[in-house]
Design a protein around this ligand. Sequence first.
Ligand SMILES: Cc1cc2nc3c(=O)[nH]c(=O)nc-3n(C[C@H](O)[C@H](O)[C@H](O)COP(=O)(O)OP(=O)(O)OC[C@H]3O[C@@H](n4cnc5c(N)ncnc54)[C@H](O)[C@@H]3O)c2cc1C
Length: 389
Amino acid sequence: MADTSSVIIIGGGIHGSSLAFHLAEKGVQSIVLEKGVLAAGATGRSSGLVRMHYDLELESRLAWLSFQYFINWKERVGGECGFTRTGFLQFVPSEQIDQLKANVEMHQQIGVPSRLIDRQDVKRLAPYFFVDDIELAAFEPESGYADPYATTTAFMDAARRLGAKLVQDCTVTGIQISGDRVTGVSTSRGDFSAEVVVNCAGAWADKIGAMAGVQIPIKTWRHDTMFVRRPKEVGPSHPTVIDNVYKMYFRPETGGLTLVGLEDNNPLGEDPDTNTEYAKDGFTPRAIDRICQRVPIMEQGSLQGAHGGYDGLTPDQRAILGQAGPEGFYLQCGMSGTGFKIGPAVGACMAELIVDGEAQLLDISPFQLSRFEEGSLLIGDHNYGDFWH
Ligand SMILES: Cc1cc2nc3c(=O)[nH]c(=O)nc-3n(C[C@H](O)[C@H](O)[C@H](O)COP(=O)(O)OP(=O)(O)OC[C@H]3O[C@@H](n4cnc5c(N)ncnc54)[C@H](O)[C@@H]3O)c2cc1C
């Protein structure tokens, strides 16, 4: 006999576990089916940046709502999320200064602590940064990074305390449909039945969509990151930075390390089950070159390691959220390389949508799958263009 729950969640990343937690808070039992282990996908490799600086107001709002979780984690969820406040700097090329100003204004209107600072201010915050090419930067003093593995585990632990279940080493192989609605899934561990099935399968989400006859326009996106040991002159920490001038981001990591990721040359369309233990050939020399341009003293640092991960990238590089295809089938996927920090609020909104028929916390209807067919792509009012190139 099939194991029965109210909601089946496919994928045990930040999104599956956040949804399980928020459903459980509403008294709805779910079962999370994960083909590997918790946080085995993009989440376990995420750089964990927590900032509100987006050029799309909806994403800034999701990040800001989520931020309230990160800073009140123990009280709100329980356990640890590893949030570390470092301050966050956004650098843009000189031709995007107008967008930067407009976006900071938008963030301030939402209530996000963010302001414009000049070159000297940046130098005061980070004396070892090269700043000659920075006219203005956006500064979020409260932002930083969190620990994606701890965050996901804490969500799942809290959900389980409220009755949710997690089945690991369980690969979903088919979606069961009767008439025009879902009734459950087939897996490597037998059948599970439920009236609602949610696709939180990250870079694998298009495969799950196909099982339900739903075409999801995502490409897999490979992203490598590198860890370098900072020379001691840089000090015990430094701000978290997205540097659109050098097309990279970096943040401090515990143990005197700095994590670096690049915005360009992230391969698209690869098999997401490709090995991610090691970075791709050529990544570390490029990443070292970039970080040494922005922080020249890093030339005295040393390489500690590099690895990769896969996420699902949509045509407008924004998430896909909402119902699609057979009744009871929902999408919470296509996180496009920036989905960790919005995980808490997205899970809350999706739980409201599934249980109450509408998301109250924030209207997430613009994120529906149908936007791609309708040509209603999500583009910021003062957009920086594609983040990933
Ligand atoms: C290297 C890297 C760095 C990043 N840095 C940041 C950052 O700094 N800040 C930020 O906000 N975002 C960042 N992101 C993006 C963010 O990590 C992802 O958007 C987010 O983790 C996606 O979470 P998810 O739950 O949707 O997917 P995932 O974490 O990928 O989870 C999907 C899960 O589904 C499982 N699954 C797949 N198919 C099946 C199946 N058939 N049956 C059962 N289970 C299945 C997978 O095993 C996987 O565990 C980064 C991503 C990468 C790769």
